[in-house]
Write a protein that binds this ligand. Structure first.
Ligand code: PLP
Length: 373
């Protein structure tokens, strides 16, 4: 039906107004959708699981060289990075989609489920991005509990799959609990999910886990047409601010995701692409980050053990800790002391502390001790 220009403008404004009204709560429930971190001085940032050692020198050098090409579209380098990743994961380039952080993969999948009014099944608490995007466009969310050790519980998940389930989301290691599951258990679960139900495994922290990169589900991609893995360069690779991640799946799923992708897979520009490529080649940097992260964790474990505070030994770069041994306003009080830690509204009775440099963790321990109850 033809509409005139005036009607079109009215409709598009109405449409965008409706979207604005619907979208008042952004990621992590902040009103602007932008997660603010304004605080006087130089706060110790232990709230977003960033890598305090990044970016690597190899990444910054690659970026300063690549910026000279910023007048050109980066398509060729997308091809190059995919070749590198394909080799690393023993898949083909057609199995990969490069995105602006893994948030884009999660949002595309959430929207995919929501647009067909489908259902996302997951265990909770877990990383909420896909759920939030799905809910906004009509997905139903079904949550089961984690097990008693705050890990994904595959018995519960399997029993919860019905003919309404469109996608099962598994975060391994899990955010916010920091726990990982046995690789073989996750493989068996992935294999057990009916082929018409998608399985997304978010491996944002896999490099920090006990299993390490070997614990990835990537070897199942050629076997399971319903499996999608998302990975990020924001964590051990130290590139959170450059926004780059990727999906690994069979080529049909990758094509479907690319067709929905608003940027024709061009949302990562030169800088993130070359930084990712250089850091992939810099295994020394990765090993240093993992080792230093372990040192930082140990400082906190030692203090918590001494105080009798319960926590999960972490397979990530953050520690999930029982809240009740601390002042109920510990997050705010730490903030007032210049140390940012996290508590999401649905983290029940826990707080989450990202692992910074050892000196930062020492300071964290000294300050948080004041808020023990
Ligand atoms: C489990 C998990 N997945 C995905 C992301 C999103 O990361 P990014 O969009 O920076 O790649 C995060 C960020 O904290 C995360 O914890």
């Amino acid at each position: 039906m033809a509409i005139n220009r005036r009607e079109w403008i009215q409709q598009s404004l109405l449409a965008s107004a409706a979207m604005l009204v619907a979208g008042t709560t952004g990621a992590y429930g902040c009103a602007s959708g932008i997660r603010e971190r304004k605080i006087a001085g130089s706060p110790i940032l232990l709230n977003w699981n960033e890598n305090p050692y990044g970016p690597s020198v190899s990444a910054t050098e690659a970026v300063s060289e690549a910026i000279k090409n910023a007048n050109r579209y980066p398509d060729d380098y997308i091809v190059k990075l995919k070749e590198k990743l394909a080799k690393l994961h023993s898949v083909k380039s057609e199995n990969l989609l490069i995105t602006a952080g893994s948030t884009e993969v999660l949002s595309l999948l959430g929207q995919h489920v929501g647009l067909q009014k489908g259902e996302i099944l997951t265990a909770y608490p877990t990383f909420p991005t896909m759920i939030q995007f799905g809910e906004r466009v009509g997905a139903t969310i079904k949550k089961v509990d984690l097990d008693n050790n705050n890990r994904f519980d595959f018995d519960r998940l399997s029993k919860a799959i019905t003919n309404k389930t469109t996608l099962v989301f598994v975060c391994n290691p899990n955010n916010p609990t920091g726990t990982e599951v046995q690789t073989e258990d996750l493989k068996s679960f992935c294999r057990s999910v009916p082929e018409n139900v998608l399985v997304c495994v978010d491996e944002a922290y896999i490099e920090f886990s006990e299993a390490g990169p070997e614990g990835s589900m990537v070897s199942l991609v050629s076997e399971l047409p319903n499996l999608i893995i998302c990975r990020t360069f924001s964590k051990v690779y130290g590139l959170a601010g450059l926004r780059i991640g990727y999906a690994i799946s069979n080529s049909a799923n990758i094509t479907a995701l690319r067709n929905r992708h608003l940027g024709f897979e061009l949302s990562a520009g030169w800088a993130p692409l070359v930084a990712a490529g250089a850091t992939l080649d810099d295994q020394k940097f990765i090993q240093m980050c993992v080792q230093k992260n372990n040192e930082g964790k140990q400082i906190v474990y030692d203090a918590y053990d001494e105080w009798g505070v319960k926590y999960n030994r972490s397979s990530t770069n953050f520690i999930y800790t029982q809240h009740d041994r601390f002042d109920k306003n510990v997050v705010t009080k730490m903030r007032e002391r210049g140390i940012l830690i996290t508590k999401w509204p649905d983290m029940y009775d826990h707080i989450r502390v990202s692992v910074g440099k050892p000196a930062e963790m020492q300071t964290f321990v000294e300050v948080v001790e004041e808020f023990l109850v």
